[in-house]
Design a protein around this ligand. Structure first.
Ligand code: 5RP
Length: 266
């Protein structure tokens, strides 16, 4: 994991939940949070990290797109790996991740929508992934997969599809650095946000706070300036957005709009 990854260190700052008891934290550098408050999302909730999804970028100019999104202030780059089997779409593999690595220094957040995933974990780690997330349904052993990702020196994530219950992650929290809530069925960008996932985000936030662990809570699918505040207020602290960033002319304005929507000026 490179500097500015957004995971707190042993004595670093913690996220404030709804009705949080700590003062709000602010962003001082990409992916970092500090108690020197200069901006705030609202009274009690931190500004989220923004991870634009490469799936919505111009595939004919990917190197330029990655450099542009980093220059525009993206905290992480989200890379969706699809196998045409686990999800009904095919995207790209570790070769492309490796080729893009030299175009930006921000963390690469790799979401594996492939089954099985285990045979490819080392390849994505070597390609330059910083976070590697996979689905419990990819099988066969989520616990072992997370152990493998950690052993490769990477942050390990668990992805919950819209129909996947929160309990799937309850017994692997000690091996989990990130939980990704899919707010669409995975496979395609440009879908509508599923409101049904908001209570799941809130439940996971409670689970994370109760565990006392440093676990990021990410949301992906249909995240826009309209849905972002609802995700953050439910407890998310990392937002993935494809269309809402790469589909806009001004990437920096799009990222800023997701991070601190006007309605949160409290
Ligand atoms: O994981 C994904 C699809 O499986 C994408 O990251 C997600 O759909 C982002 O696209 P958009 O923001 O346009 O909804």
């Amino acid at each position: 994991m490179r500097p500015g990854h957004g995971f707190r260190g042993p004595s670093g700052p913690r996220r404030v939940g709804l009705g949080g008891r700590r003062p709000p934290l602010a962003r001082t550098a990409p992916g970092r949070l500090s108690r020197s408050v200069t901006t705030r999302y609202n009274r009690n909730v931190l500004a989220p990290l923004i991870a634009p999804s490469l799936l919505a970028a111009d595939f004919a100019r990917l190197g330029e797109e990655v450099a542009a999104i980093a220059a525009a202030g993206a905290d992480w780059l989200h890379l969706d790996i699809m196998d045409g089997h686990f999800v009904p779409n095919i995207s790209f593999g570790p070769g492309l991740v490796k080729a893009l690595r030299k175009h930006a220094a921000i963390p690469f957040d790799v979401h594996l929508m492939i089954a099985p995933a285990d045979p490819y974990l080392a390849a994505f780690a070597e390609a330059g992934a910083d976070v590697i997330s996979l689905h419990p349904e990819a099988g066969p052993h989520l616990h072992r997969s997370l152990q493998t990702i950690r052993a490769l020196g990477k942050k390990a994530g668990v992805v919950l599809n819209p129909a996947t219950p929160v309990d799937c992650v309850a017994h692997v929290l000690d091996l989990t650095d990130l939980i990704l809530v899919m707010s669409v069925n995975p496979g395609f960008g440009g879908q509508s946000f599923l409101d049904s996932q908001l209570p799941k985000i809130a439940a996971l936030r409670r689970m994370i706070e109760a565990s006392g662990r440093d676990i990021r809570l990410q949301v992906d699918g249909g995240v826009t300036a309209a849905t972002a505040p609802r995700c953050v207020e439910a407890g998310a602290d990392v937002l993935v957005a494809g269309t809402a960033v790469f589909g806009q002319k001004d990437y920096a304005a799009a990222i800023a709009g997701l991070r601190a929507p006007a309605r949160t000026a409290a």
